[in-house]
Every structure is written in structure tokens, then in C-alpha cells.
Write a protein that binds this ligand. Structure first.
Ligand SMILES: Nc1nc2c(c(=O)[nH]1)N[C@H]1C(S)=C(S)[C@@H](COP(=O)(O)OP(=O)(O)OC[C@H]3O[C@@H](n4cnc5c(=O)[nH]c(N)nc54)[C@H](O)[C@@H]3O)O[C@H]1N2
Ligand SMILES: Nc1nc2c(c(=O)[nH]1)N[C@H]1C(S)=C(S)[C@@H](COP(=O)(O)OP(=O)(O)OC[C@H]3O[C@@H](n4cnc5c(=O)[nH]c(N)nc54)[C@H](O)[C@@H]3O)O[C@H]1N2
Ligand code: SF4
Ligand SMILES: [Mo]
Length: 885
């Protein structure tokens, strides 16, 4: 009998419930928890593949100091004493923590407490600065507190759902599926997508507004003015519960339709359609994510959206409200514990002396941070210029994910003391650690997370500890004890921490702070273990609420919401030398820097190489063909080399590059090296979606594709990208041929011994080399080299690693790089659950399967997690208009 544990997915902010089952032989399987209110049993491709990411490969298994294995005592003593000495010599602001929205609330709480109350600095910031900071700042400006008014059910109840700067189909897939199901059952419901790209999400949209970068303020200001002109304002709500409407309207009413169209890049006709739809529909939900937040005017963008909802009173009622989608599993929990440099704890404000005194009293702390600390970008600048001399980085990989990433790398290399707590040993950041602390990962640790709708769920351990890895809260508490605060950090386990956190949320609250989970103050371990998912608030008297602000009650002094007058940014002079806007973001099956999803062959099959999406007309002008390599160069002088992907879905003048590839997986394609560290002055969030770049074709003498049972030891090429596949690896590369020739390189970097036979096919005139190495019937390596981008059927070639090739004929057939005529070639994988490729879908379509449903019946594609359904729909649409489903 398998042993089953209810837990929560560690990826996105949807916060799906997962049932993890461990079989007798220790094998793990996962499925969606049918009772969890976030997903009701659904999981996306990443969630479904969780079991494949639990392998020990690359895990940090024991503490290390300066690259040598040590015991925990020695490592923690080193951390505590170095931090203490640095504080003693240079003051509390000379040290910092850089943490993560992927920490559990209990980890986060301890980190924040240690820094703000005991070290006495507010230099604790988090990768949520790159993610949610503008939403937090926007909420606080409008509502007086960082409270998300809506919940997931509102998406299903709405008659209009606006998705602004959100690629929900790929980034919040289960929420997207809930939306798609609601729309299918109620076709009158409308969906509008506001995104410069036509993404997978726009495939269910009734209207797509291809807004130009940062055109959102002009757009929502135009909407506010339209609402006022057409009598759509809720005068009662505005009069009773808000202030500042007329100033906001004045700021919004400046532009003519022609100017609006110019500022947004959207035609007047489409703008009018959107405005009318919004004005005439009462039940509207606006979801927004990084296309809004990650901008130098992100906070203003957020308030431009909130203004429209406040003006129409569409907030806090079923089917109505603004809903900021949190990215990470516990971005929201981090906000509750105050894990940002400009927050305190339990939604209290660092700038408020009463709050500071209260938290200090509650913690029995020797100090309390007196003012905001450094926000992420400033924090690494302070590391660079030596103001910060010791930094502890937990559960984030800033050398990959911060803007101007090479500057961050240089700063850490120069920093006297870098501590990194990670599950993985070889991340780009962990490599720079003086002290590396091995952390327990998902499945090995326990705690709570809060999702986008304020729902708190348990993560529960179902696996034993790996090596000497320990949970992050334990590492932090041990450091706290060693700094002399044994009593205040004497937690026996996460239940103790959660109980304290809950008590602080209710401490002298008197209904002033929305975040209140006082019902759990002092919760005991059995109750904590059994905790079912619930939404905050959950007050001491047991009262709760699913939505906020239908009847006002904001956290401002007069309990009224604030309209914030915002103006569209004046577009700067286009820099002729850097004519393209670099937009960045995510793909369906990978999570950030791929330290976990990269372990799954299934997840790596969907998109196995970094790419630069560019409009065909822009590409033609620059002489760039599909699958050519391109070089992107940024204002900071840095450049990357990456594969071109020509696509009509991309806006002209803009290119899109995913953020996922790293020094480990594609060192020439780390996009954040190019990204500008310009930030929003209010939120400190960097403008990760808008850097100037130029794009040129990048020629190479040789292009290659390798499938190999072993990870190559040496990749001496200016461009390479590696991905896991079943039974090995697949590698794309380009550059100069190795000095010692292809055969020697293959032998030295991937083959087990000198004796392995290599057979080769060389067409000297065409410059083609194809090399195959077998061990008995098994393919060890297949190498395909050409002066041009290699034409090989990638997935088919990768699949050959798992096949037997008994006859010499079967083996030599592999030289073709594609299946024999008539033999199946599935093409690039679309459905990762059942490994169904694009060629199979096309073939089934030509045999008469013309709907996503019939494709599912025939091929299974799209019938498990459903994450690929938008792409299947798109493939079918390209053949002929879809039959109604
Ligand atoms: N598969 C997958 N899912 C994830 C993650 C992951 O790594 N992989 N990460 C999680 C995390 S932490 C986060 S924060 C979320 C992010 O979720 P999303 O915000 O949905 O994802 P992104 O791809 O970063 O960006 C969303 C869209 O913003 C658009 N955009 C760019 N500039 C503008 C603009 O000026 N205006 C508008 N309106 N749109 C613009 C981009 O074209 C892009 O399609 O995803 C979460 N989910
Ligand atoms: N250009 C560009 N850059 C971006 C973005 C973008 O859209 N464009 N998005 C930004 C956003 S929204 C985000 S959220 C960030 C994300 O960026 P990061 O946070 O840097 O990315 P991750 O790969 O999620 O890093 C998490 C790290 O924690 C480790 N880890 C996993 N579980 C645990 C654990 O339990 N304990 C510990 N100690 N470690 C653990 C993982 O191995 C990994 O190294 O990237 C930001 N950077
Ligand atoms: S939508 Fe996918 S990644 Fe997000 S929590 Fe659910 S299963 Fe995990
Ligand atoms: Mo994020």
C-alpha cells in the first residue's frame, strides 16, 4: 500500500493541492488533490511531473566552507560569528539577507525576525521585489494595506475577465483551466488579453489588445475617462468609500482617441470595443501579473487598474475585483511576515513608531529596524560598492534572475562573505558561496504557503531528510541562537513558528489590520498537522471573509480608498543603436532557473533550447532566417547568443527571450545579463520587460546537435544549450570545430573509454559530419554537424537513446537524422504528459480529428493536465477553423 500525504505544489502562486504517494519501494507519484479549493484535483504539466524532479542529482548534501565539507556546527558557527563580527565592526546595515517567495512562511518569519529584531537592520529583501513589489505598493497606496480583495471563484462568476500582462495559460495554468472551463460552460463570458505578444493565453480571448510596452497606463486612463463619459461610475461607492476621484479622472482625461491609440499601440476600434465591454459589464475581474508589475512605472500601472475598479464599485463582490496574480508559491506568505525591506511583520509598517514598538515588544527583541532597508537592486549595488560585507542568500538564484546579472555576479565574487542556502550544489549563485548550506526541499520539509487568493495551505513532508540537508527555518534559528538569542529562537518545529506568527497577526490588532489569523495563535502540533486549507482572515472569534472592500473599510486613516492620479510615461527618444525592446518571461514547462524542472526529461522536451522570438518582418530586414543564431547586445555593452524563432505572434520592434537558461544550461544565453536594472521609484521593482537591445545575425563555422547518454564534460563552443532527455542529454551548439577534430572531442567528452567504436559519415564538400557511437545495441552518442543550422529530427534522435539498435542496418540508418520514410516521427513535443508531438497532432488532424477533444480521444494529448490544450487548439486552427467543441 502506498502511503499518501496531502501537500501543496511548490511552484506557482495558484497553490494547488497535491496528494503525494510513496510506494513500498520508495517510488513517488503525485496527483491533484480533489478536495483542495484552488485546483479541485487538477494539476498542470509542472505539477504533474513533480515526482520526476526529486532525484538526488546535483543536490547539496552537506555543509561546505570554502569548498570543503564541514559539520553543521562549524558551518553555523562561521555564519553567526562572521555576521556578528561584521555588525560589530561596521554596524547592522553592513549585512543583508536576500531571500525568496519560495520559502515557507515559517522560514520567512524566522529570517525576518532575525534580521529586523535581532541584527537590527531591515536589510532583508527578497526575489518578490522582482515579482510582486509594484502590486504591494499599488495596494498600499490605494487601500492603505496590501490586501488582495478578490478570490479565484470570482474568475468563474465574472462576465468579463481582463488579463493584463499575464500569460496565465502558461504561468497559472490551473487557474487558466478554471477560467477556460467557466467560459466553455457560459459562452457569453468574455475574456480580454492585454499583452504585446499573442500568447497561448490569448487563444481563448475574445479580444486581444497588443499593447505597446508600458502602454497600460494610457490604456486604463483612457478606460477611466470613458467610464466617466458614459455614466458607468458608481457614484455611491465613490462618494462613500473613496477619495481623490476627480484628480484621478482629470489626470486620466487628457488624451484624445488618436493620442490613446498612439500611446497604446492599439487601434481606436479595438480600444472602443474594450472600453464599451468594460463599461457595460458589471461583473468584471482584472487579473494582472508581470507585464504590469515589472516596469519602471509598475506601481502606477497597478493603480491605473485599481482606479477603474474603485470608480465602478466593482470590488469585493462576487465576480468583481482586481486580482493580482502572485508568481511564487509563497509570495503572499512573504508579504504577511513582512519579508520585504520596507515592511515590518504581520502587515505592520516599518515607518510607524507604534508598530515598531509593538513588534519589538512581541518579539522581546533587543533592537528593531528603524527604517526601510535596501531593496534588491540597491542591495546588490551595496554589495558591489562594499557597503554590505556579508550576505546570506536563501532559496533564490540572483546570479541568473537579477537584472544586470553579471554585475550581481561580480558583486558577489568581490563580497567578503557569501552564504548560500540551496537544495542544489551547482547553481550559478551557490558556486560563489563561501559557506554553502544544504537545504531540505519540497517533500522533505513542512510548513505553510499562501496563494494568490489569500489561502493558506500546508506543505507536508513525505520523504526523509536527504544527506545532511536541513530546513531553512532551522538554519536561521540555529544562527540566531549562536548570535546569543537562544530563547527567542528556541523553536521545536514549524508548528511553534506558525503559532507565534498567528499570535503576532492578532497582537493588539483590534480590527485594524486585515491580515489576522488569530484563530491559530498558539496552535498545537496535532492541529497544525491537520490544518486544512483556509483563507485569511481567520480571527480569534472564528470570523473570516472571502472578499474585501465591497462596503469600503479600507486600512487608511479615514477608511476610504485613495484614487491615485497617474499619467502615462512620456516615451523616451528611441535609441537608434538599440532599436528593439527586449521583453522577457516564462515558458510553459520550466520553472525559473530550472534547478528542479530541468531534471525532468518530460518537462525539458517541450522547449529544449533558449530562443529569441522575433517578428518575421524584423528578421527579414536584419537578414535573419528561422533557426539562425542571433546576437543581442544591450546598452550595458553585454551580449548574448541565442536561437532565433520567427513568429507573427511577436510584435514588431520587440523581441521576447525566456528567463530560464543559466550558466549550467546555456551560458551564452543568460538573458538577465542584458536586462537593465532601472527600477520603479516607488516599489523598487526592476523593469525586467523593457530593455533596449540590438539584434544581429550571428554566423558560426559549425552548427551541431548531439544526443548523448552522458553529460558532455567539455563543450568548447561559443554557443551551447543542454537539456535532459529520457536516457541522456540533448545538446545544441555552434562555434568553431574543436581543435582536435570532432571524433576526438566526442571521445574525450562523452564516451566512456578509448575503445568505443565510432562510425562516421563525412560529406567534405557540404561540410557535414555525422558520428555515431554504440555500446552493443545501445546508442551512446549521435553527433550531427553542419555549416548551417542542423536539420535533424530532434525528438526522434533523442528517442533513439532508449531504443535497441540490433542490426548494422538499423544502426547506420541513424546517420540520416530522421526516421526512414513512413516510420513515425512525432516532431517537437506538445503534450508532455503523454509525449505527443506536433507531427502526430497534424497527422491526426488530417485524418479528421478537428477538435481538441477528438485529438484527446485519438492521441490522449491534452487529457491529463491539460496545459497543452491552447497549443493543440492553435495547431488545429492553423489547418482550418475549429469545429465548435
Ligand atoms: N511555467 C511557469 N510558470 C510560472 C513561473 C515559471 O517560471 N514558469 N514563474 C511563476 C512566477 S514567480 C511568476 S512571477 C509568474 C509570472 O507570470 P506572468 O506574469 O503571466 O508571466 P511572464 O511571462 O513573466 O509575463 C507575462 C506577460 O507580460 C507581457 N508583457 C511584457 N511587457 C508588457 C507590458 O508593458 N504590458 C503588458 N500588458 N504586458 C506586457 C509579456 O509579453 C508576457 O506574456 O509565473 C509563475 N508561474
Ligand atoms: N529577465 C527576467 N528576469 C526575471 C523575471 C522575468 O520575468 N524576467 N522574473 C523575476 C521573478 S518574478 C522571479 S520570482 C525571479 C525568480 O528567480 P529565482 O528565485 O532566482 O529563481 P529560482 O530558480 O526559482 O531559484 C530558486 C532557488 O532556490 C532553490 N530551492 C528550491 N527549494 C528550496 C528550498 O526549500 N530551500 C532553499 N534554500 N532553496 C531552495 C532552487 O534550487 C533555486 O536555486 O526571477 C526574476 N527575474
Ligand atoms: S498551476 Fe501548476 S505549477 Fe501552479 S500550483 Fe498548480 S500544479 Fe503547481
Ligand atoms: Mo515571480
Amino acid at each position: 500500500m502506498a502511503c499518501e500525504t496531502r501537500t501543496t505544489c511548490p511552484y506557482c502562486g495558484v497553490g494547488c493541492g497535491v496528494i503525494a504517494a510513496v510506494g513500498e519501494a520508495g517510488e513517488v507519484s503525485v496527483r491533484g488533490d480533489p478536495d483542495h479549493p484552488a485546483n479541485y484535483g487538477r494539476l498542470c504539466s509542472k505539477g504533474s511531473a513533480l515526482a520526476e524532479t526529486l532525484g538526488l542529482e546535483g543536490r547539496a548534501l552537506y555543509p561546505e566552507v570554502d569548498g570543503c565539507r564541514v559539520g553543521w556546527d562549524e558551518a553555523l558557527d562561521r555564519v553567526a560569528s562572521t555576521f556578528q563580527r561584521t555588525v560589530a565592526e561596521h554596524g547592522p546595515d553592513s549585512v543583508a539577507f536576500y531571500v525568496s517567495g519560495q520559502l515557507l512562511t515559517e522560514d520567512y518569519y524566522v529570517a525576518n525576525k532575525l534580521m529586523k529584531g535581532f541584527i537590527g537592520s531591515a536589510n532583508i529583501d527578497t526575489n518578490s521585489r522582482l515579482c510582486m513589489a509594484s502590486s504591494v505598493a499599488g495596494h498600499r497606496r490605494a487601500f492603505g494595506a496590501d490586501t488582495v480583495p478578490a478570490c479565484y471563484e470570482d474568475l468563474e462568476l465574472a462576465d468579463l475577465v481582463v488579463l493584463a500582462g499575464s500569460n496565465m495559460a502558461w504561468c497559472h495554468p490551473v487557474l487558466y483551466q478554471r477560467l477556460a472551463a467557466a467560459k466553455a460552460s457560459r459562452p457569453a463570458m468574455k475574456v480580454v488579453v492585454i499583452d504585446p505578444r499573442r500568447t497561448a493565453t490569448s487563444d481563448i480571448a475574445d479580444l486581444h489588445l497588443p499593447v505597446r510596452a508600458d502602454g497600460d497606463i494610457a490604456l486604463f486612463n483612457g478606460l477611466l475617462a470613458h467610464l466617466a463619459r458614459t455614466g458607468a461610475i458608481d457614484e455611491n461607492y465613490v462618494g462613500e468609500h473613496t477619495s481623490g476621484f476627480s484628480q484621478a479622472l482629470l489626470a486620466a482625461s487628457q488624451a484624445s482617441m488618436a493620442e490613446l491609440s498612439e500611446a497604446t499601440g492599439v487601434s481606436g476600434m479595438v480600444l472602443r470595443q474594450f472600453f464599451t465591454l468594460f463599461a457595460e459589464t458589471r461583473k468584471v475581474v482584472t487579473c494582472y501579473s508581470q507585464g504590469i508589475n515589472q516596469s519602471a512605472v509598475g506601481t502606477d500601472k497597478v493603480n491605473a487598474i485599481l482606479n477603474c475598479h474603485l470608480a465602478t464599485g466593482r470590488i469585493g463582490r462576487p465576480g468583481m475585483g482586481p486580482l493580482s496574480l502572485t508568481g511564487q508559491p509563497n509570495a503572499m506568505g512573504g508579504r504577511e511576515v513582512g519579508g520585504l525591506a520596507n515592511m515590518l511583520a504581520a502587515h505592520m509598517a516599518i515607518e510607524n513608531p507604534l508598530h515598531r514598538a509593538r513588534v519589538q515588544r512581541f518579539w522581546n527583541a533587543p533592537a528593531i529596524a528603524e527604517r526601510s532597508g535596501l531593496k534588491a537592486v540597491e542591495m546588490f549595488q551595496a554589495v558591489a560598492d562594499g557597503r554590505i560585507k556579508a550576505i546570506w542568500i536563501i532559496s533564490t538564484n540572483p546570479v541568473v534572475s537579477m537584472p544586470d546579472a553579471d554585475a550581481v555576479k561580480a558583486a558577489l565574487m568581490a563580497c567578503p562573505f557569501v552564504v548560500v542556502s540551496d537544495m542544489q550544489k551547482e547553481t550559478d549563485t551557490a558556486r560563489l558561496a563561501h559557506v554553502l548550506l544544504p537545504s531540505s526541499g519540497w517533500g522533505e520539509k513542512s510548513g505553510t504557503v499562501t496563494n494568490s487568493e489569500r489561502r493558506i495551505s500546508r506543505q507536508r513532508a513525505f520523504l526523509g531528510a536527504v544527506g545532511e540537508a536541513r530546513p531553512d527555518w532551522w538554519q536561521l534559528a540555529e544562527a540566531g541562537k549562536r548570535m546569543g538569542f537562544a530563547a527567542q529562537f528556541a523553536y521545536r518545529g514549524p508548528a511553534d513558528i506558525y503559532a507565534e506568527h498567528a499570535a503576532l497577526s492578532a497582537f493588539e490588532n483590534h480590527g485594524e489590520r486585515d491580515f489576522d489569523i488569530g484563530a491559530h495563535a498558539g496552535i498545537d502540533e496535532p492541529a497544525y498537522d491537520g490544518l486544512a486549507p483556509f483563507q485569511w482572515p481567520l480571527r480569534e472569534d472564528g470570523s473570516s471573509q472571502a472578499r474585501f472592500f465591497a462596503d469600503g473599510g479600507f486600512s487608511t486613516a479615514d477608511r476610504r480608498a485613495r484614487f491615485v492620479p497617474v499619467s502615462a510615461p512620456v516615451p523616451g527618444e528611441a535609441d537608434q543603436a538599440y532599436p528593439f525592446i527586449l521583453n522577457t518571461g516564462r515558458i510553459r514547462d520550466h520553472w525559473h532557473t530550472m534547478t528542479r524542472t530541468g531534471k525532468s526529461a518530460r518537462l525539458s522536451a517541450h522547449i529544449a533550447e533558449p530562443f529569441c522570438e522575433i517578428h518575421p518582418a524584423d528578421a527579414a530586414k536584419a537578414g535573419i532566417g528561422d533557426a539562425d543564431l542571433v546576437r543581442l547586445e544591450a546598452v550595458n555593452g553585454r551580449s548574448i547568443i541565442i536561437r532565433a524563432l520567427l513568429s507573427e505572434r511577436q510584435m514588431r520592434g520587440s523581441v521576447f527571450v525566456p528567463m530560464h537558461w543559466t550558466g549550467e544550461t546555456a551560458p551564452s544565453a543568460r538573458v538577465d545579463t542584458l536586462v537593465s536594472s532601472r527600477t520603479d521609484p516607488l516599489s523598487g521593482q526592476p523593469a525586467l520587460k523593457m530593455s533596449g537591445v540590438c539584434v544581429v545575425r550571428h554566423g558560426a563555422h559549425a552548427h551541431g546537435f548531439l544526443v548523448s547518454a552522458k553529460r558532455p564534460d567539455d563543450l568548447p563552443f561559443e554557443y551551447w544549450a543542454i537539456a535532459r532527455t529520457e536516457g541522456g542529454y540533448r545538446v545544441e551548439f555552434a562555434g568553431n570545430p574543436p581543435m582536435d577534430g570532432w571524433e576526438n572531442w566526442l571521445r574525450r567528452s562523452v564516451l566512456p573509454d578509448e575503445q568505443t567504436q565510432i562510425s562516421s559519415y563525412v560529406d567534405g564538400r557540404a561540410g557535414e559530419h555525422r558520428l555515431l557511437a554504440f555500446q552493443a545495441d545501445r546508442l551512446l552518442a549521435g553527433l550531427f554537424v553542419s555549416p548551417h543550422p542542423v536539420s535533424v529530427s530532434r525528438q526522434w534522435a533523442a528517442d533513439q537513446l532508449r531504443q535497441n539498435h540490433p542490426s548494422p542496418q538499423a544502426r547506420s540508418r541513424l546517420f540520416a537524422g530522421r526516421p526512414a520514410a513512413g516510420a513515425p516521427d512525432k516532431g517537437a513535443i506538445v503534450c508532455s504528459c503523454f509525449s505527443v508531438g506536433v507531427n502526430e497532432i497534424n497527422a491526426a488532424a488530417h485524418r479528421g480529428c478537428r477538435s481538441v477533444e477528438t485529438i484527446g480521444t485519438r492521441l490522449n494529448a491534452g487529457t491529463n493536465c491539460g496545459s497543452c490544450r491552447p497549443e493543440i487548439r492553435r495547431i488545429l486552427q492553423a489547418i482550418q477553423p475549429l469545429v465548435a467543441e
